[in-house]
Design a protein around this ligand. Structure first.
Ligand SMILES: [Ca+2]
Length: 271
């Protein structure tokens, strides 16, 4: 019996010491002049608690960044404001920012150099919002088509924005003494000349109303719109309008004795 007990206590003594649990909240390691904030493990929480905890973390971090914890740590208020705005609109980002901030704080405690930490915080807002679309298209726009110029009336759209473009049947011509046509173009002139912006589509006639969409990354697509077109933005980008032509000086709207025709364009968000 005694032997068994002895062996048991020896086994106990030999067992490797479990590492201490990671600190939570404000804590310091040996040799540091001040604290760093160790966020709780958010992945172990339910969504409601996580949401509350994110708010608490941001409050604590802001307190440190603004000099509330340590007079040696004061970050430019504009940097903090920019970052706070992004984090309030994207609270889930607080999880990784809190971890990254802890690493920066640890490095500062070792080196005493605040600059890398400041650079880290300054770089966060553009990095966290990269690719976001801040200018979605909504509602309705109404404008007249200018047949004397090229691409016009840019409309910024976010990926997935869906619009219906419609145009009235007012008359114009695109060559001197040419026929009066509408936004459907001149069916007698198939625009196969590569000088036409739209030359590879069966509905690309001279003078057809076109829509061009250029993604923010610069990828361009041109399509015939005619009297009506429904289009969904494949990426964030800008829509333009124009007619299928490459010489603008000879274009005219039809004019009766008193009234000049003018094509009215309506662009309407449909989602
Ligand atoms: Ca022309």
């Amino acid at each position: 019996m005694l032997t068994v007990l002895l062996m048991a206590s020896m086994a106990e003594a030999k067992k490797p010491k479990a590492p201490p649990p990671p600190p939570v909240g404000w804590a310091r390691e040996e040799g540091w002049s001040g604290d760093c904030y160790f966020p709780k493990d958010l992945s172990a929480m339910n969504e409601g608690d996580r949401r509350m905890e994110r708010g608490a973390i941001l409050t604590e971090l802001k307190n440190q960044w603004t000099g509330g914890k340590d007079e040696n740590i004061v970050i430019d208020s504009r940097i903090i404001e920019d970052l706070e705005n992004v984090l309030l609109s994207k609270p889930t980002m607080i999880d990784s920012v809190a971890q990254g901030n802890l690493e920066q704080c640890k490095a500062f405690r070792r080196s005493g150099d605040l600059e890398p930490w400041v650079s880290y915080l300054r770089a966060l807002p553009p990095a966290l919002t990269k690719g976001d679309c801040t200018k979605p298209f909504g509602g309705q726009l109404f404008n007249y088509l200018d047949v004397g110029v090229g691409w016009q009336q840019p409309i910024h759209m976010c990926k997935g924005n869906k619009v219906r473009v419609s145009a009235t049947q007012d008359k114009y011509r695109v060559v001197e003494n040419g026929p009066w046509i509408t936004v459907d173009g001149d069916p007698a002139v198939i625009a196969s000349d590569p000088q036409y912006p739209c030359n590879a589509h069966e509905r690309c006639f001279a003078g057809t109303l076109l829509v061009k969409f250029v993604t923010d990354a610069g990828v361009e697509v041109i399509m015939p719109a005619g009297a009506e077109l429904t289009y969904t933005a494949p990426e964030n980008g800008t829509m333009y309008f124009g007619i299928n032509d490459y010489q603008w000086y000879d274009n005219r709207y039809f004019k009766s004795s008193t009234i000049e025709d003018r094509v009215a364009l309506t662009v309407e968000a449909t989602n």
